[in-house]
Structures are given as C-alpha cells and as structure tokens.
Design a protein around this ligand. Structure first.
Ligand SMILES: *[C@@H]1O[C@H](CO)[C@@H](O)[C@H](O)[C@H]1NC(C)=O
Ligand SMILES: *[C@@H]1O[C@H](CO)[C@@H](O)[C@H](O)[C@H]1NC(C)=O
Ligand SMILES: *[C@@H]1O[C@H](CO)[C@@H](O)[C@H](O)[C@H]1NC(C)=O
Ligand SMILES: *[C@@H]1O[C@H](CO)[C@@H](O)[C@H](O)[C@H]1NC(C)=O
Length: 714
C-alpha cells in the first residue's frame, strides 16, 4: 500500500525519534547545535583526579627522563582507551637546563668583592612530600645565557618598552648594568629582549607580592593560593617559537641545524628570584624614588638606581644554565573518522611542566585523557566520530611551543588542507571563578553554545540565577556592548599558536580561572597536586565542568554535518577592529595618502557574503547530499586560511591577528601594520602594501563564500 504524504512524514519523525533516543545516536549526523553531547555527562571527576595525581608525582621538565615517563603514561592510556593509532613522536631540539651541582645565584658584593648577600638558588619545600624530590632543578630561566656579570642594579618596573623609555627620560640608562624586573605585565622573553636592546648585561626577575601575594603572609601556600616569599616563577626567556636552530623547518633527522651562534637566542643571563630576596636588593637600591605605578607591596621605598646606597657595592649574577640538544616527545593518538576520515579535529595539550605542573599543564592533560577515553570508548561501542580525532600531547611547550611547532612544520601541508579546528587546553583549571576563552571569530558561536550546555559548578551562583558555565562567564568576563562574554584574541603562549599563526587553522583555547590576572603559583615549586586538590577545586567540580565544555566542543566540531563556524562574527569582528585601528591611525594614514576605501569596501562585501552564506545558501542545502555538504564545509574551512600571507618568512603569517611584538601573550590585531606604524619613521610604501594585502585578503574571504567568483571586467 502506497504511503500518503502525511504517513511518510510521521514515519520519518518516528525514525528520527527512535534514532535520537539510542545512546550516542545521531553522532554521525548531528544537525542541531543545541543538542547536548551524549558523552559529556560521562566526564568523571574521579578520573581527572587520578590522572592529576599520577602526572604530578615527579617533576616533568622537557628533555628529562621523567618527561618521557609521562609520555609513556599518556601513550598507555590512549591505548587502553582504544584509540586506533598511538605514537610517541620524538624530536631532537635545542633545550636549556641548569646545573644541578651549581645552582644559579644572585649576590650583593661589598667594596672588597666579598659576598654580603646571596640568593638561595632553589625553592624550599613547604608542604607536599614531592617538593623535596631530588630531581627538582635549581631555579632558572630557560635559554638564559650562562655568565657571571657584575654591575650596578637598575629597577625597570615591569620591563616593558615604555618602562625602559621612561628610565631614559629620567636620564637613567641600563647600558652595562644589571636590571631588576618584576613579572606580571608582559611575557618575560620580551623583557629580556628589550633589556638586551637597551644594553643591559643581565636580568633578574622577581614576583612582587602586590600581584602574587596581595593578602600578606596568611594566605600563602600551603594555606592559600598565594605565592610564598621564596616562591620563584621559572619560564623561558626565548622569544621565538619552536626549536631555535631549525626555524620554520621540522627538527627531524636530516634537517639542517643552524649554528647556535646564529640562532635567535638571549645573549645575556637571566634569573628569577623570590620576593624575600628581591627585597634585599630593593632596600639597598639608591637613586630617585620609582614612580607610584612601579611601587610594590614590599615594605621598602622602591628606587630606580642605578647602584646601591653604598656606591661600591655591586650586584653579581652567577648563571650556569646551558643550552644543549635533547630529545622531546609528543604523543599523538588517532581515532579514525567514519564518514570524513580526511577531516581532522585536533585536541591539544602540552605535557611538559616547569616542575610538577599541577595546573600548567597537568590539569589539562587530565582533561585531554578524559576526552580521549570518552571518544575512544564510544568508538569501541560502535559510535566512532564522523571526522577524525587527533589527541595530541605536546612536549617542550614551556620552552617555546617546541613539540607542537615542530610537528606543525613537519606535517604543514596535510594539516592545512585537512584540519577543521584545533581545540587547545593548557592548564584546564587555574582557579574556580569563570571560564576564559580565546578563539578565532569563526568559533564564537560554538563557544557560547557549548558553555550554555554545561552546568555551572558553583552552587552559590546557580542559586543567584546563573545556572550554566555561560552565565558565569558572561557575568565575569562581559564583552563591550554585547550580550556575549568576551572571547580573547589568539596571541601566543600555548600550542594553538603554530596552528593559527603559521597555517591559519582556526583555534580555540579554554581554561577555568580565578580572579587574578594570572594564578599566583604559576610555574613555581608549589604548583602541586595539593594546590588543585585542596585549595582550588575540592571535588574536581570545576575541572569537570571545563572538561565537559571541551568534550562538547569536540562533539560539535567532530560530529556536526555542517562545521559550526559562523563567518558573520568574522565580519563583525573585522569591522569593529578596523574601526578601532582607523581611530588610532586614521589621521596619520590620511596624511600620507593611504587609502582605506578598499579595506572598508571589502568588509562590506564580507559582511553581505556571510549573510548570504549562512542565510540563503545554507537554506538551499540538502544535508543528505554529501557533495553539497562537503562543498559548504570546504568553503568554511577556507575562510581563515585566506588570512595567511605565505610570502612572510615567519611563523606569524596571519595578517588579522598575531602575537604582539611587545608582549607575545597578547593577540595584536593587524599586528604587522601596527608595528610598521609605531616606528619613528614608518616606511609608507610598506604601509600601503600592508593595507592592500589586508583589503585583498578580506575580499578573498568574501569571494570564498560566494561559491563562484564574480569575475571583474566588461
Ligand atoms: C616597614 O619597615 C619599617 C622600617 O624598616 C618598620 O619600622 C615597619 O615596622 C615595617 N612595617 C611592616 C608592616 O613590616
Ligand atoms: C575556590 O578558590 C578559592 C581561592 O581562590 C578557595 O578559597 C575556594 O575554597 C575554592 N573553592 C572550591 C570549591 O574549591
Ligand atoms: C598626497 O597626495 C596629494 C595629491 O595627489 C599630493 O599633493 C601630496 O603630496 C601627497 N602627500 C604625500 C605625503 O604623499
Ligand atoms: C566589493 O564588491 C563590489 C561589488 O561587487 C565591488 O565593486 C568592489 O570592488 C568590492 N570591493 C573590493 C575591495 O573588492
């Protein structure tokens, strides 16, 4: 008997209903972004806690035996979770380690050259048994030059370019002197670079209690989350990403390594110390009072120097940190896509830590492992992902994103062709206040929609009417003039950077954070399991929530028939950012006959192309026609790629945003142009070239969405 139209519709509804009631059903064919992933409820706080406990027993600095042990742990888990292929991928790269026998020190010397004061060179164990582990390195900054400079001390505040310029305007030069800089406002490697450029012979870093222990001694570790007075922030002072002796090339056997002397590396010693020790330097410092914005929370009047109150006293650094080639390890686990095996969704997190890394990165490693378990088990149970999932545990991120950069360089073409998105977590939690996210404008909607699907782990806030992670995120991190939370620009500082800035692969970075700009225990000895388990996230509810967001994002990008990018947000982003840029530089540009007409017209064109694409074009699609679906998705994937300037011999080729030259952590919009325009005598031809390139790229993005090119001519 032939079915009537209505019967067919009913039957179809019935089938759909049955289908969507099956566990994990619809995964291959997810057509509704509002649907929750069947996997995210499976995220287990207990598993997260167990992984974190295991990963933080030993220090796991890149290039050490313990780091390889963590790689084996991750590999074994990936295998246990039924991933289809699991590899430990080694690279031999230039690393930097201190000398266990000769800790780095900072001294005050008297007129006879005798030591009046010496720093300790290591951090004192305070609470957790592992803090006494003999494999903990003495304190150091990676890639510091070794050396023993002696000189007068100058306090340079936060060590930004403006700070050095301010000193010059006060008649104080750092040339031939050693500088004392406080952490907290920019990437430490940028500080060392500026110190070198201004002629300093050494850099001493410390963390001022104003930023790192604002509530005095009572709330410092192990009783609270703030940095104790002998806590020291380690970290790299190399400002380039990847292996410094194979720039833009993968460090595989056979690749040419440039001599270390030609590599872009710090040429002066740098060394971090505790604030108890910094106080000894600051209280002896002579010279004018530092401006109020440089005064900190130590009970001293901060002065600029140069030199000490006793003019014959000097500061001396003794740094034994050395560079050498060592092996690092990525672990790459793959789960083959069942429908689109040649389309990749990459989940990334680094594994190496400065010491125990309970926040950075091991909390994120726990989240990555939990995501791998859920997707691996679903595949085993007959529900493989639609697209291929790559679970990437990167090595040597702390040394400047080395594991991810080398891997991206090795597989650049395949990754650029096939990758839908890179979902990064570094530390998945550093506090329990709010979600924080950075991402490509294409991904904004996916961030909002997934954060809405996850319950707010804070019961007080739920009572206050903020039931989801989205609500608390919007409450704590609102964007300007909008009903949406702020998604930050992608700068650098974690492994998404080579994907977005070198290849134009859209990326997302998420974490749960506290109220501070940065968590106080960052990169110190005290970033232990106790910090997370007892002080930040008792019960692992917050880590569970952010892992659920991660699993939801993965599901959305892996299993949606249409890739959930929204180009309309790119149009709005470009318009807003361009207007800000023109506001700052418009007059100057006009004065030099730089026309913004094409740029502006291209944004108009992208805006209407995106409207067409997500409106009329989307509606005309038959989702059951794989060719139509693939074409739509290919066009979406092409959008971000358009902004890569392949002519640039640099890892930062994205012309819309890139790591700021003065603070790599920050994503600077139109960074190449900004740099040109901030020069004292800009090269106006180059500016015009830059403006043309940007206009052309935005227009190309619009053309990409129109399906066929609208050929100009008559
Ligand atoms: C700060 O230092 C001064 C002078 O050394 C001392 O008299 C005062 O007690 C100190 N204040 C605190 C809060 O430690
Ligand atoms: C959240 O973090 C604060 C420190 O910022 C801590 O006092 C509090 O106990 C934490 N909450 C939970 C549930 O762990
Ligand atoms: C700008 O263009 C005008 C008109 O063509 C010309 O007179 C002027 O010299 C140009 N200015 C600069 C700075 O190039
Ligand atoms: C924008 O589109 C219009 C209409 O197709 C075209 O005339 C104009 O040249 C385009 N703008 C750019 C920058 O290509």
């Amino acid at each position: 008997m032939p079915l009537t139209g209505i019967q067919i519709v009913l039957l179809a509804d019935l089938l759909l209903l049955t289908y969507s009631c099956l566990p994990y059903s619809g995964q291959w064919n997810r057509k509704n972004d509002r649907e929750k992933s069947p996997l995210s409820d499976g995220v287990s706080s207990e598993n997260l806690r167990t992984h974190l406990r295991q990963l933080t027993r030993e220090p796991h600095v890149a290039g050490t035996e313990e780091e390889l042990d963590t790689a084996r742990y991750v590999r074994d888990k990936f295998l246990e979770y039924h991933l289809d292929s699991v590899k430990i991928v080694p690279y031999d790269v230039l690393l930097s380690h201190p000398d266990r026998e000769k800790p780095n020190k900072v001294y005050v010397l008297d007129e006879a050259g005798d030591i009046v004061f010496s720093t300790l060179g290591y951090q004192k164990p305070l609470y957790a048994p592992e803090e006494s582990n003999h494999r903990v390195f003495p304190t150091f900054n990676a890639y510091s030059a070794p050396g023993q400079p002696i000189g007068d001390l100058v306090y340079v505040g936060y060590g930004r370019k403006d700070d050095f310029e301010f000193l010059l305007s006060e008649g104080i030069s750092v040339k031939g002197n050693i500088v004392l800089a406080r952490y907290g406002k920019s990437f430490r490697a940028n500080i060392v670079k500026f110190a070198m450029e201004y002629g300093a012979i050494g850099v001493i870093f410390y963390s001022d209690p104003m930023e790192y222990a604002p509530h005095g001694d009572a709330l410092v570790y192990p009783d609270g989350i703030y940095l104790p007075d002998m806590g020291v922030q380690s970290g790299t002072v190399k400002w380039t990403d990847g292996d410094p002796i194979t720039p833009l090339r993968p460090s595989v056997p056979g690749t040419y390594r440039i001599p270390e002397s030609e590599a872009e590396l710090p040429r002066i010693p740098a060394q971090p110390i505790g604030y108890r020790e910094a106080k000894k330097l600051l209280e002896n410092l002579a010279g004018a009072e530092a401006p109020s914005r440089w005064q900190g929370a130590l009970n001293v009047t901060y002065r600029l120097g140069p030199g000490f109150v006793r003019p014959d006293w000097k500061v001396k650094m003794e740094v034994h940190t050395e560079n050498s080639v060592k092996t690092i390890h990525n672990v790459i686990g793959m789960l083959h896509g069942s429908v689109e095996p040649d389309r990749y969704v990459i989940l990334g997190n680094h594994r190496d830590a400065w010491i125990f890394g309970a926040v950075d990165p091991s909390s994120g490693t726990a989240s990555l492992l939990e995501a791998a378990r859920l997707y691996g088990e679903a595949a085993k149970a007959g529900n493989p992902p639609r697209r291929t999932l790559l679970f990437c545990s990167w090595g040597a991120e702390e040394y400047g994103l080395i594991g991810s950069t080398e891997w991206v360089e090795e597989y650049a073409n395949a990754l650029a062709d096939r990758t839908v998105i890179n979902l990064n977590v570094d530390g998945s939690i550093s506090g329990n206040k709010t979600l924080k996210a950075a991402g490509s404008p294409l991904s904004f909607q996916s961030l909002y929609s997934t954060a809405r699907k996850v319950r707010n782990p804070n019961p007080e806030e739920v009572k206050d009417g903020r039931p989801t992670v989205f609500d608390t995120w919007l409450h704590n991190v609102p964007s300007e003039n909008s009903d949406f939370p702020l998604v930050e620009n992608l700068g650098s500082g974690s492994d998404y950077a080579p994907f977005i800035h070198f290849l134009g692969i859209p990326s997302i970075d998420i974490t749960y954070k506290g109220g501070e700009k940065n968590y106080p225990m960052y990169h110190s000895l005290y970033e232990t399991f106790h910090l997370v388990d007892y002080l930040l996230d008792q019960g692992f509810h917050y880590m569970k929530a952010v892992t659920q967001v991660y699993v939801e994002l993965t599901d959305l990008y892996t299993n949606s028939v249409l890739i959930p990018f929204d180009v309309r947000d790119y149009g709005k982003f470009l318009r807003r950012q361009s207007q800000d840029f023109w506001k700052t530089f418009g007059n100057l540009l006009e004065k030099h006959n730089v026309s913004l007409v094409s740029w502006s017209s291209a944004i108009d064109n992208l805006t209407s192309a995106a409207e067409f694409f997500h409106g009329e074009h989307r509606e005309s699609l038959d989702l059951d026609e794989p060719y139509q679906v693939r074409r739509f998705n290919d066009e979406l994937m092409a959008v971000e790629r358009v902004f890569i300037n392949t002519m640039l011999p640099s890892g930062n080729r994205h012309m819309i945003y890139r790591p700021s030259s003065s603070d790599s952590y920050k994503g600077e919009v139109f960074g190449n142009l900004v740099d040109l325009l901030l020069e004292s005598d800009p090269d106006w031809n180059e500016v015009k070239v830059g403006v043309s390139i940007i206009a052309q790229m935005i227009q190309s993005a619009a053309d990409t969405l129109m399906g066929s090119i609208n050929v100009r001519g008559f």
